[in-house]
Design a protein around this ligand. Sequence first.
Ligand code: FES
Ligand code: FES
Length: 159
Amino acid sequence: MEHEITLVVNGAARRVRVPARRLLSDCLRHDLGLTGTHVGCEHGVCGCCTVLLDGEPVRSCLTFAVSVDGREITTVEGLAGPGGMSPVQRAFGECHALQCGFCTPGFLCTVTALLRDNPSPTEEEVVEGISGNLCRCTGYQNIVKAVHRAAELIAEEGR
Ligand code: FES
Ligand code: FES
């Protein structure tokens, strides 16, 4: 049995028919064509599939699409503004905080929410804040650097 739901994705209302067990990650990628949300472990461990649900990071591989009918979802495709890439996106580039990039969309969503809630995190708070996102290429040092750099950019730009 299918259900018709409306998801507000990156500011636009999207109607879609999905089976009750359709995962939000599959709905975003396969039904809506938003393949920026990556799927790694598919059981809630790696954080690659993280998106923002009403502004809060969630694992889209553990979320049924029907359970978020009518809610606002931001994927990595929605992080940039009219002026271009967000400070978090630019900081990841500037600090070389990605290698293969597979984990990056999840990190970007997590860090966007982290810095909104805590604009000036300590080293420990950054490490704690990104602890739910795994990078198989390793290299967390540059990711941590990028979070601090993003905080600087946000402070400078007043965003
Ligand atoms: S794919 Fe969702 S947590 Fe790994
Ligand atoms: S950059 Fe390759 S998994 Fe993180």
